[in-house]
Design a protein around this ligand. Structure first.
Ligand SMILES: [Zn+2]
Length: 255
């Protein structure tokens, strides 16, 4: 039976470990640093057997070379169009792969970067820097239109699906979410929960689509009231279906 556990890295990254406790084998998602992964493996007397990469950014990939040096049989899965050159198994939209008892579908989710992919099934979903709790990744390479389409893909997953994203950004994202929707009681309740978790030095993750559908402004962007508190200096001059999403992303950039 596999369990998913966080490995802390840098200031606010989580490298997610998928560990089969019987086989003593581990897969990791987005190892930006090898050292904390090696410590985790030693602590659990486990072997690394696979790596999943969501996108090319250094804080998601810099540990791969050392980890595959120490564990040469480790397969590295990642997007076929990535700038990161350490991928041994290139993936496209709709591909699937199996990690212990889990079979994941590959979703291409451009926006944060052009190569970004997510690994999802109905139980758990690794969203990298695409979907954060109460937020979404910055648009470094892609457009608001692309990210809006990427977010639409998450509608296929049920409310109980667990979401494992890469950064502990929940508190800052919720501060923005409550500015967008000052009367949203689900956001208020979640702020209290996240505050308690962080006070106790516990992650605010994983989250679930059921919660995110109530609190995440970017999953809720199509609702008609989402721009009621938009600052006057944030303007998006188009009448596209992703107009609200684009305006919220611009607002968040300056928030
Ligand atoms: Zn990134």
């Amino acid at each position: 039976m596999a369990q998913v556990e966080p490995i802390n890295a840098f200031d606010d990254n989580y490298i997610w470990a998928i560990r089969d406790t019987d086989k003593k084998q581990v897969w990791v998602v987005d190892p930006g640093d090898a050292e904390p992964v090696l410590s985790y493996l030693a602590q659990h007397d486990a072997t690394l057997c696979g790596i999943l990469i969501t996108h090319h950014h250094w804080d998601h990939t810099n540990g791969v070379a050392e980890l595959t040096h120490v564990f040469p049989n480790t397969n590295v899965y990642g997007p076929q169009n990535s700038k990161f050159k350490g991928i041994t198994h290139a993936l496209r939209n709709g591909d699937s792969l199996t990690v212990f008892e889990h079979t994941f579908s590959v979703l291409t989710t451009p926006g944060h970067t052009l190569d970004h992919i997510c690994y999802c099934n109905d139980v758990l979903c690794f969203t990298g820097d695409t979907l954060f709790s109460a937020g979404c990744g910055r648009l470094f390479e892609g457009s608001a239109e692309q990210m809006w389409h990427s977010f639409k893909l998450f509608s296929q997953f049920n409310d109980n699906t667990l979401i494992y994203c890469t950064h502990e950004y929940s508190a800052a994202n919720l501060a923005f979410a409550i500015a967008v929707e000052p009367d949203n009681n689900d956001i208020k309740a979640h702020i209290e929960w996240v505050t308690t978790q962080r006070k106790n030095n516990l992650p605010s993750l994983p989250t679930r689509f059921g919660i995110e559908r109530k609190i995440n402004p970017f999953l809720r962007s199509d609702l008609p009231h989402m721009l009621h508190h938009l600052p006057h200096d944030v303007t998006v001059n188009n009448l596209t279906p992703w107009h609200n999403f684009a305006a919220l992303r611009l607002w968040k950039d300056q928030f």
